[in-house]
Design a protein around this ligand. Sequence first.
Ligand code: GLU
Length: 483
Amino acid sequence: MKVRTRFAPSPTGFMHIGNLRTALYSYLFAKHNGGDFILRIEDTDEKRYVEGAVDLIYRTLKASGITPDEGPGIGGEAGPYIQSQRKEIYAEYAKKLIELGGAYYCFCSKERLESLTDGAGNHKYDKHCLKLSKEEVEEKLRAGEPYVIRQNIPLSGMTEYEDMVYGKIAVDCADLEDNILIKSDGMPTYNFANVIDDHLMGITHVTRGAEYLSSTPKYNLIYAAFGWTPPKYIHLPAIMKDATHKLSKRYGDANFEDFIAKGYLPEAIVNYIALLGWSPKDDSEKMNMEELIARFSVDGISKSGSIFDEPKMKWLNGLYVHELPVEKFSEYSAPWYDKSAIAGKYDYKKWDELLISRIDIFSEIPEKVAFIDEFGEYDTDMYFHKKLKADPENALIAIRAAIAAIAPMTKFDRESLNEAFAAAAESAGIKKGLLLWSVRIAVTGVAVTPGGATEMADILGKEETLRRLDFSEKLLEKRLCNA
Ligand code: GLU
């Protein structure tokens, strides 16, 4: 039988890392097994519906490279794939389930239901309406009395199943309530719609969060009442913020689009979240989608929650960034330069070459380039360098030699700068390393820069390089005079 999995998000807001992981595992499982991956929008809870959330789901899946084989806007034989468009289907199956004894009409008033709440606020429906005769029910329906449809759960006995991750899950029916399957507005609840849809859409494996682990036996009772075979279940461990707190969408933790806005690459996010609760047998960490598909298997899924570790995601993102083709890097980096202190001032391409190996996420760019425009009075102790035997005195010699070499230059690029610096070191009788060290500080005023003297001078251009060298020459003269 062809494997069919689905991702069934509710359009209630952000596309949270947890949702995306569910989609990803479902997709990986289907693709590893040569199956189909289906997208279904679960929008039956109108109160929780958030405008724009459906588009966000499509956008996020697209950006992540998780492509449904069937779904809204894609089509497929099991559609429609949006639950609010399947109301009649649920009504039809609810009626069938009533005939089969798996559900019943309930006409109880709000007041009556509230009176069933015990002192501790616990509430359990008492199957009151199950006692109504067929005639009584028909009479009430004819009179237009509002109703819901409830699941008829046996009063005793165990209901159980074998989860592919968590093993045997057993629940005592006595602990379950006759949940509402169809609400008074005719809309199904999740409890009903998930069963009907997974069955009608031919889903063979249901992948979803572990919060559904203990309600699944209840859904299986519906399958049993219809005489259907339930799908296999792959429940996924929670993603934790720390040892005790789950990541939660309510507090806006860990949204896919927020990470994109912070300068993460979609493929790195996907790679990282694949590892949140699963690991391949060979312990690989950097894996693209193809490699994930090839390695994915349910026995690598852990039962315990995994902690979302942003520094690790950042590190992984860096591996992807460092191997981007420069042109691709430039596409991503441009908006970050535009937001930085150097906006529109220097040749971004020159920065790209320096930064591609030095940043992990693009949002690091503004702080990495800011120094170039903060040039001014600085601490000349910076010139001391033990290994190079550098100090303010020989730095002054180096700077003077560099000025003399740069001033007559007509071509000002890296190659000619390199030659000029080599010649300057030679004429001053100092090591090239010492000269480059001194010049780099002299033109930037900082000890750590991306790139050396040549790259910095090339970015600054001849005029600004000379202006800064002059400034540094004076600064050193002042120091040495006072010494
Ligand atoms: N709509 C449910 C959710 O977003 C889906 C659960 C499931 O996959 O069955 O949590």
